[in-house]
Write a protein that binds this ligand. Structure first.
Ligand code: KG4
Ligand code: ZN
Length: 346
């Protein structure tokens, strides 16, 4: 079965052709990161406009790369949520139109589920039920997935997502957007024990996360060092109005990263021991982080890490989940498919 998958929930326009839920025949990603970097974050209207411009060429490229014509495609899959509504709409409208005009079955996919199901594209496919830690710019979730594709959310962030915390702290340190890769890089030359940043403790039984206290602790530290009040972290002008020594930036970045990694690894280990699943998957943009990978692997050697190119937003993962949905006969009629910016179910 060959699925053409489309993804446009945030700032990547992507299309892929996936065979039998595991083989990537093509995986085209048009990133808008350079456009948004000049604003220090994703601007929703700019993202939607860019999706409109490149959507059709990206799909044509995916078919081309896979050496497929429309007659080879058995179904069309698209991200229906969660994400930025203007961005989601472009993918959803494109998929609905193509499904109707090319007469193909349609599958509407949940982006967050798909980050975990990207693991089916590796040599080491997960076994159901599997635990997934999904750490992205918008979500930090520990979920348990069953073979019938039902999901139990075991823990999630009560405030900022892990990726969001990376992006905000990077901005505070004068590092470029996206902040995660920038922090990961400078942290390599930093001392992770230079600053003691708090790891939120939400009770012995809780598998939830909280990163806002950590973010505030970094803000206070920067304030103490520079004597400058950067104000609210979200303020556009909090950048470059004070100077931080390169080594201090590296030390803060490493100490911050250490605190995030401790929170993620501790709760994942608790969930693993408590629910005894067959596999563990770590995916989403923050799963590119090398410190997270090495600490998680140390504690949970069975963890399946989604490869970096499939961790950040892509359409291959949408195709991987769509295949599982097709196996469970979960299709949707074109006139019933809508974009849902806060989608929680499959
Ligand atoms: O999954 P993703 O591409 O988009 C969402 O669905 O949100 O994740 C993007 C997030 C950004 O916050 C980015 O800073 C973070 O993933 N990220 C990283 C790394 N690479 C990307 N965070 C930490 N370390 C990295 N190496
Ligand atoms: Zn994502």
């Amino acid at each position: 079965m060959k699925i053409l998958a489309i993804e446009s929930s945030c700032d990547e326009t992507a299309a892929a052709v996936i065979k039998n839920g595991s083989a990537i025949l093509s995986n085209v990603i048009n990133s808008q990161v350079e456009i948004h970097a000049q604003y220090g974050g994703v601007v929703p209207e700019v993202a939607a406009r860019s999706h409109i411009e490149v959507m059709i060429p990206v799909i044509e490229q995916a078919l081309n790369d896979a050496s497929c014509s429309w007659s080879d495609i058995d179904a069309i899959a698209v991200t229906k949520g969660p994400g930025l509504i203007g961005s989601l709409l472009i993918g959803v409208l494109t998929a609905k139109t193509l499904a109707a005009t090319k007469n193909k079955p349609l599958i509407g996919v949940n982006h967050i589920y798909a980050h975990g199901f990207a693991a089916f594209l590796t040599d080491n496919s997960p076994q159901f039920p599997f635990l997934a830690l999904t750490v992205s710019g918008g979500h930090t979730t520990l979920s348990l997935y069953q073979e019938n594709l039902s999901r139990e959310v075991l823990g999630e962030t009560l405030d900022d997502a892990a990726g969001e915390a990376f992006d905000k702290v990077a901005k505070l340190l004068g590092l470029p957007y996206p902040g995660g890769p920038a922090i990961g890089k400078v942290a390599e030359s930093g001392d992770a024990n230079a600053y003691k940043f708090p790891v939120a403790k939400l009770g012995k039984d809780s598998l939830d996360f909280s990163f806002s206290g950590l973010k505030t602790a970094v803000l206070r530290q920067v304030q103490e060092i520079t004597g400058f009040n950067p104000g609210a972290l979200d303020a556009q002008n909090s950048q470059k109005t004070y100077h931080l020594d390169e080594q201090i930036v590296a030390d803060i970045a490493a100490s911050f990263q250490k605190a995030v990694v401790i929170a993620l690894v501790t709760n994942t280990q608790k969930a693993w021991l408590r629910h005894n699943p067959k596999s563990l998957v770590v995916g989403g943009g923050v799963a590119c982080n090398t410190e997270l990978r090495s600490q998680m692997h140390r504690v949970l050697p069975e963890a399946i890490f989604v490869p970096p190119v499939l961790c950040t937003d892509n359409a291959a993962m949408i195709g991987a989940l769509a295949f599982q949905m097709a196996q469970n006969d979960i299709y949707i009629k074109p006139d019933e498919l809508t974009a849902d910016s806060s989608l929680e179910v499959i």
